[in-house]
Design a protein around this ligand. Structure first.
Ligand code: KG4
Ligand code: ZN
Length: 346
């Protein structure tokens, strides 16, 4: 039996998980409320919170899994990409633990792990499969040949899908992270009441920054125009009133546009590759409208669709553990000189 202890600390979640032969025994996440009032993650505060959380989170993961620390076979950790200070906390902790226990160390790529969250539960996709990975920092279509062989075939040229959700939410005066709130308000709204433009981006790439600008102008003109004006059509009070009175519909329309941008590219990727096993992953795959539209597309175009369990969509260590397990099988170990890196190539 191969038992992996995994640590994730790339952004604002301190997480640890235990997996045994690919089965998740525990999955612990400590979120960080401290960022809410700043409207986004403050890197320095994230690093400090990771420092406070990491020991209790790892302890709880071991206890819940009923695994003794001496009995783990390897320590896996998120090496990249992410906030460097946050990554350093997890990586230094993992390296020290591996050294103290004299166990192998496994460096994991966070985006690869999001994809492999689809291999945690049954039914699992068959290789090769496609995965639309949508998070706060990334938007990618990934071609997966095996658990350790993947290629990005499309990605955003500016903002990520999660950023599009969060920045739009900020324009509506909602706190960070706004994605889940847009999801919530959109459930009561009419997704066809206002229309926002779909960007024309070549190949399988995405763009979301134009959408954000269009929403900004639309709100500044209190819904009367999408166009930039020297003098906006509405004063601040009217803009606020427009948002308040139309919050549900605005959220539904913004969400609808983000979801159609994502799905149109995914359809194109399926057509170009001929691959019918299709997954979604990453924080934005928790979005109810994306999940629904994805399942519908699956039925319509005869795809086999896969979505990780809700808790494996947003940042978590179970996905690091499953990736660690496949790397362990290939004896793909890191040595202690490995360093965390904010950016990473595939
Ligand atoms: O994967 P993740 O937890 O962290 C990163 O690696 O970035 O993704 C976080 C992103 C945030 O932008 C958050 O707003 C978005 O996922 N998100 C959602 C929902 N839940 C999380 N966006 C839309 N609808 C949701 N239900
Ligand atoms: Zn993530």
């Amino acid at each position: 039996m191969i038992t992996i202890l995994a640590i994730e600390s790339s952004c604002d979640e301190t997480a640890a998980a235990i997996c045994s032969d690919g089965r998740i025994l525990s999955n612990i996440i400590a979120g960080q409320k401290v960022h809410e009032k700043y409207g986004g993650v403050v890197p320095e505060l994230a690093s400090r919170a990771h420092m406070q959380n990491i020991v209790p989170v790892v302890d709880t993961a071991l206890q819940n899994a009923k695994v003794k620390i001496q009995n783990i076979d390897a320590v896996a950790f998120t090496q990249s990409p992410g906030l460097i200070g946050a990554l350093l906390v997890g990586s230094q902790f993992a390296k020290s633990l591996a050294l103290a226990l004299d166990k192998p160390l496994i460096a994991v790529h966070h985006m690869q792990a999001h994809v492999l969250a689809n291999l945690i539960d049954d039914p699992k996709p068959n290789f090769p499969f496609l995965c639309l990975t949508v998070s706060g920092g990334h938007t990618q279509i990934v071609f997966c040949e095996s658990p350790t062989k993947m290629k990005v075939i499309g990605e955003t040229i500016d903002d990520a899908a999660g950023e599009a959700f969060d920045k739009s939410a900020k324009l509506l005066g909602l706190p960070y992270p706004g994605g889940p709130l847009i999801d919530k308000y959109a459930a009561q709204g009419d997704p066809h009441r206002f229309s926002f433009p779909e960007p024309q981006v070549p190949n399988l790439n995405f763009s979301f920054s134009g959408l954000k600008t269009s929403i900004l102008y639309f709100l500044q003109n209190a819904g009367q125009s999408h166009v930039y004006k020297e003098e906006f059509l509405a004063d601040e009070a009217s803009q606020k009133k427009f948002i308040e009175e139309n919050m549900n519909d605005l959220c539904a329309c913004i969400q609808n546009r983000i979801v159609t941008i994502l799905l149109n590219k995914l359809k194109k990727a399926v057509l170009e590759t001929g691959i019918k096993d299709v997954c979604i992953a990453g924080g934005v795959s928790a979005n109810s409208s994306l999940r629904e539209a994805f399942e519908e597309a699956g039925k319509k175009y005869h795809w086999n669709t896969f979505i990780p369990k809700f808790e494996y969509c947003t940042d978590n260590a179970a996905m690091i553990a499953i990736t660690g397990y496949y790397k362990f099988l290939e004896k793909d170990f890191a040595d202690l000189s490995v360093t965390a890196s904010a950016r990473a190539n595939w």
